[in-house]
Each structure stands twice: as C-alpha cells, then as structure tokens.
Design a protein around this ligand. Structure first.
Ligand SMILES: NC(=O)c1ccc[n+]([C@@H]2O[C@H](COP(=O)([O-])OP(=O)(O)OC[C@H]3O[C@@H](n4cnc5c(N)ncnc54)[C@H](O)[C@@H]3O)[C@@H](O)[C@H]2O)c1
Length: 411
C-alpha cells in the first residue's frame, strides 16, 4: 500500500455485535484460558476451533458443550486454519499458536473479513509489522494484541497515577520479562516443542511486550509521545547451555543445539519527548519472576515486585509505608478493578488480568467501541524484538523505530 493511501485504524470502532462469534486457532495452554473467559461472558458463541492436537480440540470442545453452547466446527491439521477462516459465522479469531505462525494467520484472518486477537509477541520482523498494519488498514479489520499485562492491577493503577499527574512530569521507566523458563524450554511438550528454537537463531529481546506494553500506555506512546530509537546489549549465553548439559541425557539431540541468545538482553529506548526506558529480557537465569514496572517522574516513582511508591516531599530514604500506599491505592485504583476485580480474581488467569482483557475486548465488539489495543500497539510493542537483534548485531548501534502511525502521534 502506498503511504499516502493509508487510512488509520486508530480509534476505529467495531461494528456492533450483539452476539460475538469466535473462532480459535490453537486450543493449547494459553488458548484454554481464553476459551473459558469468553464462555463466561454473555453474548458470545464459540463457533470454530482448530488445532494440530485432537486431544486439545476435544478438551476445548467439551468446555463449550458443557456450557450449553452448540458444538463448534472443529478443524484438525497444520494447514486446517485456512479452511476454518472460510467459515462465515466467525467475527473474531483468537490466535494463540507458536510465534512464527502469528503473522501469516493474522493476515489471512483479516483478509477473510475477520477481526483477530493475537498472542504475544505479535511479530518478530519489521517487515511482518508493516504487513500487519497495511492489512489491517486495507481490510478495515482490527488486529488486537492480547497483552494481558496491560490489565494487571498494578499496571492499571500506575497508568491511572501517571495520567492523573501524581508522579509529575514523566522522565524514565524500567520494565522487563524476567522469568526462569529453563525447564519449560527443554521439555518435550507444550512450549518446549517450539519456544527454545529462537534461542538458537536469535540474539536480542525475544519477548518485549509484557514489560513494555503497560509502560507504553502510561507514557501515552502512540499519541502524546513516540518511541524514537533503541540501543541494545546482550550478555554472554551460559544458563540454558549449563542447564541443558546438567539435565539432558548424553544422547539427547538437544545437546547439539548451540544457543545464541544472551542470558540477559538490556535495551534502552529513547522517546521523542526525551524519556528513557530500560527494557530487559531474561528467561534462563535462576532468579525470581520480575517485570519491574518502574515509572519515575518529577514528583515520585513507582516500582513493582513488590509494588511500592515514593512521593516527593517525604524526608526519607524509604518507600511509602504500607498504610500510606494502601490509602493512595484506593484513591487511584482503576475503575475496572474497582468494579470487576473480585470477579476477575476469582476466575484466575494471571491474577484476573486475563479475564479483564478478554472482557474489555468482547464488550467493545458488542457495544461498537474501538478496541483498547490495536495494530499500532501490537507492532510498536513487538518491534523491540527485531530492533534489539539489529542493534546487538551492530555493536549496540542506535536503531530508529519505524513510524508505524504515519505521523499521527503528537510527538
Ligand atoms: N500472555 C501470556 O501471558 C502468555 C502466556 C503463555 C503463552 N503466551 C503466548 O501464547 C502463544 C501460545 O503459547 P502456549 O503456551 O499456549 O503454547 P502451547 O504449545 O501450549 O500451545 C500451542 C498450541 O498451538 C497448536 N498449534 C501449533 N501449530 C498449529 C497450527 N498450524 N494450527 C493450529 N494449531 C497449531 C499446538 O498444537 C498447541 O495446542 C504464544 O505466542 C505464547 O507466547 C502468552
């Protein structure tokens, strides 16, 4: 598509769908939660399922029929998703497949006239990012990123504090995906079947969106500010190799794998308004889970894991006391959590954030609202993957972000 011919999909409302008809490409670990969440929302029907595994299909189908819905049409096999996309009674396609399938499946879904909601990261080359944007703009179908961390209690609280001015002029953020996945990466089922291979071929931030998505929303990236450039450094690789050697039998074919991805990747993003964002990725070091979620401004600083706040004018080296923090929390809590937090927490799914994300998406379609996360968020938050690889390959050189919004943001 010629750049001049572009028509934005930002703030474009869905057509109203009193009944949202949903199809799933993948019924694996992640998709199981999405199926349960959607079934719990009135005004939805799951009409189609597709997976390689008959057992996964059967598990999802049982959930649907036990809920009293008609049996969905099931598609089975590596290319069966193409056939599923020809089924007319699907408004929204959830895509929760291994990473390399996200983009072809999302493009085909939009071209078949369906909105799509895609797991993270949505894309891992810049070319793929542009393909998604052009397809969404051309077909007028939304490509939503399923970034559940944007609906976490603390992330939404932080956004409310940041937008409400409690932290003053925002200057700096730090975020991460730090999660010891060594055992999962080396299993012979679920994500072990595919998630280790990018560690053989890529060196950079393989999973940027959980940390970056919520911070981008707090900083209003894509409207008031914009990512400008990124520099990236990867540490040496050691943990996955040592773990593999200590735990896999001598004749395991995994012993022939040569991992390229550094244990820790640190990227620094500069925004057009001059803010700095430190973004980390480490899925192999033995250490506690951490997304950091730090935001600093001229009047205070928030940091998660555990959540804490510092406000200017307090004569102390310490964060706010638990009581003071609790009081501010009630004052700044996001209304979505105030109104639906208990229900969401009882449903589970990463502490309730998964249900809130799915609820906001489905009800936006029912009520004819714009989605809260669109193809520009999907590509802006996924882009540090390829940009960090490029920077690492070139001696940590600064790499510019593409202008995915075509000059639409203020910065
Ligand atoms: N947002 C989160 O918190 C979160 C958590 C876990 C995983 N994820 C993301 O979800 C996605 C899936 O991860 P998962 O943990 O469910 O993986 P998984 O391995 O458990 O499931 C993948 C499923 O895809 C199916 N599949 C593979 N190729 C297919 C094809 N050609 N057609 C149809 N189905 C196919 C597999 O049979 C399997 O059932 C990944 O993108 C991952 O990064 C996100």
């Amino acid at each position: 598509m010629n750049n001049n011919a572009r028509q934005t999909m930002r703030n474009i409302a869905f057509e109203k769908h009193p009944l949202v008809r949903v199809g799933y490409i993948s019924c694996g670990g992640r998709a199981g939660g999405h199926v349960s969440d959607v079934l719990a929302i009135d005004g939805t029907q799951i009409t189609a399922l597709c997976d390689l595994s008959e057992a996964h299909l059967e598990r999802a189908k049982t959930k649907i029929t036990e809920k009293g819905q008609p049996e969905p049409t099931c598609y089975h096999g590596p290319e069966a998703w193409r056939e599923m996309l020809d089924q007319p009674d699907i408004d929204l396609v959830y895509i929760s497949t291994p990473w390399d399938l996200h983009v072809p499946q999302a493009i085909a879904a939009m071209e078949a006239g369906k909105h799509c909601a895609v797991e993270v990261p949505v894309a891992f080359t810049l070319d793929e990012c542009w393909q998604l944007i052009y397809t969404s703009e051309k077909t007028r179908k939304h490509c939503i990123i399923l970034e559940n961390c944007c609906y976490g209690y603390e992330e939404m609280l932080l956004k409310s504090m940041a937008h409400g001015g409690l932290l003053g002029t925002l200057t700096h953020a730090e975020c991460a995906y730090i999660h010891d996945l060594r055992s999962l990466l080396l299993t012979d089922s679920s994500e072990g079947l595919w998630r280790r291979f990018p560690h053989v071929t890529r060196n950079g931030n393989l999973y940027p969106t959980h940390g970056l998505g919520p911070i981008a929303q707090s900083l209003k990236i894509g409207s008031d500010d914009q990512f400008d450039f990124l520099v990236s450094v990867s540490s040496r690789e050691a943990s996955l190799t040592e773990y593999r050697d200590a735990n896999m039998p001598n004749d395991s074919p995994k012993r022939a794998e040569n991992y390229q991805c550094g244990d820790m990747n640190v990227s620094i993003i500069k925004t057009k308004l001059g803010r700095s964002i430190v973004l980390q990725h480490d899925v192999v070091t033995p250490r506690p889970y951490d997304r950091i979620c730090l935001l600093a401004g001229t009047k205070g600083t928030f940091r998660d894991y555990p959540p804490r706040l510092f406000l200017d004018g307090r004569d102390s080296h310490d964060w706010l006391s638990a009581d003071d923090y609790a009081e501010l929390k009630t004052q700044w809590e996001d209304p979505l959590w105030t109104n639906m937090g208990e229900l969401a927490k009882n449903r589970g799914g990463h502490g309730g954030m998964d249900f809130l994300m799915n609820y906001q998406l489905i009800t936006a379609m029912q009520n004819g609202l714009a989605p809260e996360m669109d193809v520009y968020d999907a590509t802006l938050w996924s882009a540090p993957g390829p940009l960090s690889e490029e920077s690492v390959k070139n001696g940590s050189a600064p790499i510019k972000f593409p202008d995915f919004l075509g000059g639409e943001s203020k910065a």
